[in-house]
Design a protein around this ligand. Structure first.
Ligand SMILES: [Zn+2]
Length: 258
């Protein structure tokens, strides 16, 4: 874990990011609870415009142009979008324009930012440094069970000739096995990754994704974990389970041209 934590640097109050990335021109960042970045649940125009402003400021900080960012509908399924120029701007200013039925995306075009919103679900970042292909996935238990991480890897391999041996995977902040209580009905889906404590069951979502990714050929040394539980660290991160029903953090991945 020490090694993994070295990868994570805090850039500012509102954004953490992964450093020591190879190649260095890839942005891989996620926000804290300093701002709410969700638009779907904004209660009024004032909140909507505040959240939108926070988004634009965050893109600006990383040199991303809002018209080149793409958001996804996020419906807890495992459909992967292959993002191209024509998709740029989807969902940035209006959540209703986000890419339909999609919870993950892959892209090889420079300067296009892929963004997902979470508050407990796990943001997963993918990078193939040699082929310069990136991906991002929104992995809750449903998506994880449907194999969203592995499906993202497969799209990187099939569409862009990425080599699984080179693919690096980064986990952002999400609810961890310490806090993620689930019903026993999930046991058949995650027999190895649900721990019983007393009469309660807890799911290790990170482990569930890692197990599946390793089976798909991702190397252990290429998997990195921010190690942040959103519920334990609710003072810094939004957590649905801790009561942040409507607020969302943002995760961004992007290849920068220079
Ligand atoms: Zn926790």
């Amino acid at each position: 874990m020490t090694e993994e934590k070295k990868q994570l640097k805090r850039k500012s109050e509102s954004g953490y990011y992964y450093s020591r990335l190879i190649p260095k021109n890839i942005i891989c960042a996620f926000t804290t609870r300093e701002h709410d970045y969700g638009l779907r649940n904004a209660e009024n125009f004032h909140e909507y415009s505040n959240n939108l402003k926070a988004r634009l400021n965050f893109f600006n900080r990383f040199g991303g142009k809002p018209e080149n960012i793409v958001f996804f509908e996020q419906v807890h399924k495992a459909n992967i979008s292959v993002v191209e120029k024509k998709d740029c701007g989807s969902g940035v200013f209006d959540f209703r324009n986000a890419l339909r039925s999609s919870d993950a995306a892959v892209c090889q075009t420079a300067d296009i930012g892929l963004c997902i919103l979470t508050a407990d679900c796990l943001p997963v970042f993918f990078i193939e440094p040699k082929k310069k292909v990136i991906g991002i996935a929104h992995a809750g238990w449903r998506g994880t069970n449907l194999g969203i991480s592995v499906r993202t890897v497969k799209v990187m391999v099939n569409n862009f000739q990425a080599d699984p041996n080179n693919i690096e995977v980064y986990f952002g902040p999400g609810i961890r096995v310490c806090c993620y209580e689930v019903g026993r009905e999930l046991l058949p889906f995650f027999p190895e990754q649900i721990k019983k404590r007393g009469k309660r069951f807890y799911l290790d979502l990170v482990k569930a994704n890692i197990t599946r990714l390793k089976k798909a050929g991702i190397k252990t040394e290429n998997i990195f974990d921010a190690g942040i539980c959103t519920k334990c660290n609710n003072d810094k991160f939004f957590s649905f389970r801790a009561g942040d029903t409507y607020k969302r953090m943002m995760s961004l991945i992007m290849i920068k041209n220079k």
